[in-house]
Design a binder for this molecule. Structure first.
Ligand SMILES: Cc1ncc(COP(=O)(O)O)c(C=O)c1O
Length: 363
């Protein structure tokens, strides 16, 4: 259990027990979820689903309606869509295919779940270091060139928040046997959809794009994501996985959220506006604090780098019930880095004030 705890943010029960507080007293900036209240129409939909048959009956194994609304939203055929129990479940199946295709390249520092999934299937992988300095220019060219059969891309990248340009990613589809592009955070990035690889899937059977609904709608507890790739690949995954990986409530929620295009666009615009305004503001304010350097990010989290170890600072913040992401589990980062998940203005102010007090005392 402890190794799990150290490789993910958002371990609220563990931290609350450790700190002797209730979960809802914590300001969690260690996971990167949208901080808005649950979508109102979703709340109604979940209540309807609870009173209806979503719990009593087995969920639709074909996920027909969900696949159709996602297909319509992305303007692709629904046979290229498969929902999963969060993006993480689909990452496991993508890793199964990667294990057969050959050696995987994992850019580091990067999201640790790819390694977890590859290890599940005894797959071979190498870690390729990304440059640890970057500008605020977005999108940026992807800096890794081909040296293996499989490439894992995270766009925007976690934990750096860099947005990779589609122009730099597209040629890679001609040289790799398999490209897995995790776009879990892309809908949160202002103007980010222009860099999506989804429009390329129909012509590239060697491409898997993975999306998550848990970030965009702050539904991490519900577990819902989807993969977009060739129908033949999805048929295979369908045969391998357990019969009902996506529960009835998650399916009902996904259909509700993705069907009303106008409401969806309104939500996405609100989220992207928040990322644009708060991201810029928090970065500028952090820049004024002594002893740390904030890094530019296109999305709703950013990295800070300390002149020395930031572990004491992280613990001091935890004692004030503010959780920041320990970055030691990201290969190549270590104890002088922390990741901060963006909040609404009041939460960001609280983070800044407490960080400022701790840093002024220690500098
Ligand atoms: C880059 C990235 N992809 C995927 C996931 C997992 O998403 P889900 O909650 O849909 O399983 C995460 C979770 O932190 C993530 O950071």
């Amino acid at each position: 259990m402890n190794s799990f705890i150290s490789t993910h943010g958002g371990n609220l029960n563990y931290e609350a027990e450790r700190l002797g507080c209730k979960v809802d007293q914590l300001l969690d900036a260690s996971a990167s979820l949208v901080p808005f209240d649950l979508n109102r129409s979703l709340k109604k939909c979940l209540i309807r689903a609870l009173h209806g048959s979503a719990l009593r009956n087995y969920p639709d194994r074909q996920h027909q309606q969900f696949r159709e609304v996602i297909g319509y939203w992305h303007q692709i055929d629904s046979s290229m869509v498969l929902p999963g129990n969060g993006a993480s479940e689909l990452i496991t199946w993508a890793a199964r295919d990667a294990s057969v295709a050959g050696l995987s390249t994992l850019p580091v520092p990067g999201f640790g779940d790819y390694q977890r999934a590859l290890l599940c299937w005894d797959a071979d992988f190498v870690q390729k270091q990304l440059p640890l300095s970057w500008t605020s220019h977005a999108p940026q060219p992807f800096p890794i060139s081909q040296d293996s059969e499989v490439l894992w891309i995270t766009n925007p990248h976690n934990p750096t928040g860099q947005l990779w340009s589609r122009d730099s990613l597209e040629p890679l589809l001609n040289s790799y046997e398999l490209v897995i592009c995790d776009e879990a955070f892309l809908p949160l990035v202002p103007d980010g959809e222009k860099q999506s690889l989804i429009p390329l899937v129909a012509d590239h059977p060697n491409l898997i794009v993975i999306r998550s609904l848990t970030k965009l709608f702050a539904l991490a507890g519900l577990r819902l994501g989807y993969a977009i790739t060739s129908p033949e690949r999805l048929e295979r995954w369908y045969r391998w996985r357990d019969p009902w990986p996506v529960n009835g409530l998650a399916l009902a929620a996904g259909i509700n959220l993705m069907t009303d295009g106008i409401a969806l666009e309104r939500w996405i615009n609100r989220v992207q506006e928040w990322v644009k305004i708060e991201g810029k503001w928090l970065h500028a304010e952090l820049n004024e604090l002594p002893g740390i350097t904030p890094f530019p990010s296109a999305v709703n989290f950013l990295l800070i780098h300390g002149d020395t170890s930031l572990l004491t600072l992280r613990e001091q913040m935890s004692q004030k019930l503010i959780l920041l992401r320990d970055c030691r589990s990201f290969v190549g980062l270590g104890d002088s880095w922390l990741r901060i998940g963006l909040q609404q203005r009041s939460g960001n102010r609280r983070i800044l004030e407490e960080l400022g007090q701790c840093l002024v005392k220690s500098n």
